[in-house]
Design a protein around this ligand. Structure first.
Ligand SMILES: [Zn+2]
Length: 273
């Protein structure tokens, strides 16, 4: 799969990283992943993941494994969400919605959509939530809040998707975004191929805080970014455990680390005007 043009319309790029995936794995096809940085807006994107794709992705995730990374998203929704409705786009099994239901009682109108029919069927049975296997572009109605938890990096056309968001979001409504952070400590170029969020077959975009701000500044200039932060998910592969513990071992240290924007996950809260 190829992703020739940046969301900003520019085709000119610098190579950010180029590496062979699955080189030493006997039972998996290897492929050359080419990651580039847009010369105009500096967003990093997957340019070419070879034709084979990466079979690791489906094999490595289970429906229950996402919970720890939801902590910061839940905290931000709790802090900022107004109204009683929330739509989760890319809801997977609805685990995050289930956590919202348990933790944030004022949000009573919960809806989730995902293109993965299996995940939706599993979630409907397990959590009894209002989940639907459709593309968000086909949804009707408007919502007070929309959450995109590790969704935006999968979306081929960001301009088209932001129009869909605009249509689905009430005036004054908020979007809660979590995406991998290409400026994370564990994503430094030396160790980038081993960073778990580097999924060339599935993750089309690799945002920095600045690049994601640029997406909204250019495409939805009237919307207001209310919160930008980062959140650690994995121990960086190149750091010994004791150093890592020393960096995030207490709540004060963890907060400072998150504010330094070196965490694996970027968290944005954006309000539609
Ligand atoms: Zn660009």
């Amino acid at each position: 799969m190829k992703n020739e043009v940046c969301w900003c319309g520019t085709e000119v790029y610098d190579t950010y990283a180029k590496f062979k995936r699955n080189r030493f794995k006997r039972n998996k096809p290897s492929f050359l992943a080419h990651i580039v940085e847009c010369k105009a807006c500096h967003t990093v994107r997957m340019l070419d993941n070879g034709e084979e794709g990466d079979p690791d992705y489906e094999a490595s995730y289970t429906y229950e494994s996402y919970s720890p990374r939801h902590a910061q998203t839940l905290a931000l929704i709790d802090q900022y969400a107004e109204g009683d409705g929330i739509l989760d786009i890319g809801a997977n099994t609805g685990l995050l919605l289930h956590e919202i239901q348990n933790r944030i009682a004022r949000l009573t109108q919960l809806k989730g959509v995902d293109v993965d029919q299996n995940a939706i069927s599993y979630g409907v049975q397990k959590y009894g939530l209002d989940l639907e296997a459709i593309d968000a572009a086909e949804l009707q109605g408007t919502y007070d809040n929309i959450v995109l938890a590790h969704t935006l990096e999968h979306i081929p056309s960001l301009p088209d998707f932001l129009e869909v968001l605009d249509r689905l979001l009430k005036p004054g409504g908020r979007v809660f975004i979590a995406v991998p952070n290409i400026e994370a400590l564990g994503a430094s170029k030396r160790v980038l191929p081993w960073w778990p969020a580097l999924q060339p077959a599935h993750h089309l975009w690799y945002f920095s805080g600045q690049a994601l701000t640029e997406v909204f500044t250019q495409l939805k200039p009237a919307w207001q970014v209310e919160h930008v932060g980062s959140f650690p998910i994995w121990k960086p592969k190149h750091l010994p455990s004791f150093l890592w513990k020393n960096m995030i071992g207490t709540e004060t240290k963890k907060q400072a680390f998150m504010q330094s924007m070196k965490g694996d996950q970027l968290d944005f809260v954006i309000r539609k005007k």
